[in-house]
Write a protein that binds this ligand. Sequence first.
Ligand code: DGY
Length: 321
Amino acid sequence: MTRPSLFVTRKLPPDVEARLARDYEASLNSGDVLPSRDGILSGAAGKDGLLVTVTDRIDADLIRALPPSVKIIATFSVGYDHIDIAAAKARGIAVTNTPDVLTDATAEIALLLMLGAARQATSAIATLRSGQWKNWAPTGMLGMELTGKRLGILGLGRIGRVTAHRARAFGMEVHYHNRRRLDPAQEAGATYHADIESLFRVSDVLSLHCASTPETRRIVNRATIALLPQNAIVVNTARGDIVDDEALIEALASGRLAAAGLDVFANEPNLDPRYLDLPNAFLLPHLGSATRETRNAMGFRALDNLDAFFAGRTPPDLLTA
Ligand code: DGY
């Protein structure tokens, strides 16, 4: 029996590649060289499907140029703003993602960012590592305690809810905004705000968990930052383009905001270099899902979707435009 053929754009964890090699005619990327647009198109030639990641821009033009053999694009990610789902649908190409399996890992990074930002970890670590730490000082390197602070969550979905749960263990009071109010079981005592303005006004720490869409792009901007309490903290584990970098950098530099914890950036990996000069910016290189457990689970989830598709079943994580 012939096995379905796949073009896999990035090197994946060994156990995931072993399953790929067992069940598919898979073209793997052992050198993990980032494929160019043309590289994706030539790799896709004659293939039944693509296994892509957030580093591949699968826009409408690329989808139109794909060979007719390609019937499915499985992304190794929960986010799918890098894929034009409507264009894929128009060409009859199925698209799947990997929800659920990276929820805990990403929520853990949100907490790390909150703590790192609140306790001024960037400047504290720099002080220590550069030999500038002279002695313990009653007034030195003071941060903000999370205990008793109000956490505003923009997007109380899977990751937002687990972040809220973890934050409650720190004694934080949870507030949120979604387009629709959740049922009480999902709210778990969080206070609903019908608009983002109301949420931002109470957010001592604002944590972003919404998808990047035309509605959310640059939703954190000069006007909305002005609504946050003085010395608030902004945390982003979602997507960089939700934030207007110009406005956030200005608010961090002026001291209007105490700090930011950022794991995602517009135009990754070429983040705005001004962030690197801000001692109150605690920065990570898009590590939300970067644990061994989660990256394996993401790969297996992508393969479950591909297996279902090629067996003639509806993939569990089929996306619709
Ligand atoms: C995702 O899955 O969307 C993350 O950004 C990468 O794991």
